[in-house]
Design a protein around this ligand. Sequence first.
Ligand code: GLA
Length: 691
Amino acid sequence: MKKMILSISLLLMVSFLYSQSAKRFYPASELISVGAYYYPEHWDESVWERDLKQMAKMGFEFTHYGEFAWAQLEPEEGKYNFEWLDRAIALADKYGLKVILCTSTATPPVWLVRKYAEVLITHEDGTRMDHGARQHASFSSTFYREYSQKMIAELAKRYGNDERVIGWQLDNEPRMSIDYGPDAHERFRVWLKEKYGTIEALNKAWGNDFWSGLYNDFSQINIPLHSQWGMNIHQRLDHTRFADWETASFMDKQARTIRKHITRDQWITTNYIPMYDVRYIGQSRELDFVTYTRYMIYGEGLGVGRKGYRIGEPLRIAMANDYFRPLSEIIGVMELQPGQVNWGQINPQPLPGAVRLWNWHVFAGGSKFTCTYRFRAPLYGYEQYHYGIMDFDGVRPSPGGLEFQQFIEEINLLRKHFVGLDVPDEYRKRYTGVLFDPNNAIAMAHNPQTTEWHTENHVLKYYKALKSFGAPVDFVRDTMDISKYPVLVVPAYQQMSLELIEELTNYASNGGHLVMTVRTGHQDPYGHLWEAPYAQPIYNLIGSEIEFYDLLMPHAPDHVKMDGELHSWTSWGEILKPFTGTEAWATFEDDFYAGKPAVIWRNLGRGTVTYVGVDTHDGQLEHKVLTRVFERAGIKTESYPEGIIVEYRDSFGIAMNYSDKNYAVKIPSGSQILVGQPNIAPAEVVVWKIE
Ligand code: GLA
């Protein structure tokens, strides 16, 4: 009897938790839902029905309205015009399309900025942004933060109970709010007071005894001029923290306004550009989940091979997936490139198949929906030339549109084969966490010490190796549970607390395989160097002292030798002095410290710790070190060539080819191929069901 009561209460608890979790919005068996942005305000109403009917006919399941429509929704102050939106929602519903609505705080109407000019962002040089573009209103304008809630509340009251509306996107690609207006300065002072409490504590944290930087009172503090030589680096870092928080808290404010008027069947999110040196991504507390936007072909990412720029960088979607997925229970991709864009340095055509490939990669990364900017290609405005799902005539689907349609058909096929959320054991055993804090990336960008250093490239060297192993990866924060990862990589984690060092020590002692790299742990959480030998607090963890660090001139690289092979470097090298029992895996080859260890490995408790004291040019050494770490840990790895990515999700294996060569995928025996075939050409995918 007692057992029965226990299991019933457990069941009730789980279903209650499930009902609270964001997972309720997207049943696992639906796999992924596909949508497309539509701008009724851009087209004559006579074509709306044709377009939405076409969208539904192509298999899209939802559309997205209004992130830039404030002027059309409130043509004059306090005079709202929602009727056109009502009609657009009704038409979408007529063709079975659900609707995502948005708050249009990225594009305030002209009457607002003319009447309340203080909402406009002031640049460092005192000039002000103006009407005519977007994202010109400041998230640090107290007036704008309050005033915008009126429009948002009106929208939420009108559509918050509307079953045709599935969710809300706040603003559009919100960014760090750098503003030098009077409000921003005052808000910065308030934020600092809340953080430090006393001016003495701030002076200590900022090291203001240096160059007579001392403040007597918070009222004397201004937002730092980041371009002024010698500006206090601690103040600059705190300003970026404040600016990130302004963005995150403005999203929360909007979410709270909407939440008052909507049913719990509607979700709230925003669409972030994946940036790894900002903190606002994942910082908002009121969102149901996070989404990202991704563009692959915009004249920069060269990809693999001469024409790799037509498919894009193989890790660009991978890293966004693995960075966003751990930030919320579910994730979505709010914008995926549908074809040529308008805003790149150069805007090439994607390789046929690339748009479908990107969709499969978003699916492989765990996303619950993928959506595209935009259904109809814009004919005027800053973004004309940008491709859509439909060609410029609005009648014929574009090549990318047909690829979205093909992806939708393939997902409908997969839905019939959905059995559960399993992945193969071997894949799970390779699960790797990458401990990452954008704070470090910003601090190193503010104070790099060498022009040869690039934080994202440094992290990518390890990430690239992990993806070539076929390892599932999560980018994790120090607030998350790291114990579930057999392997944890901690790249260039400059600012570290003693508590975190202890947590990493426990992680390894309990059986984890920890890999730490250069620049890690040599500053405290305030960004001060320890009053001790360089990075001393990590010595016991890595099993070695670090005698000194060295930075080389670009014209005179040195080498590190591992297994007889030389690897060149310039950006950062740390000369190691290992304790007894610590193995040296690689040594510096040149210079006055030739022969000294550059890479070390040790057992610690039931786990291992590896320290890579050099950042090489091409990442080959980093790849070799990780290969040996996994070998020593008895974790079997794959070795996919550059551009080949294999992931598992919901009992499906997905192999994607971003390279310029055909690749024969080893489909596990007993698996059933559902999409494609094992020998995949560039931009092709093969999808199988594991048995
Ligand atoms: C971003 C924006 C969209 C549009 C597209 C263009 O992702 O969110 O509004 O500007 O880029 O590619």
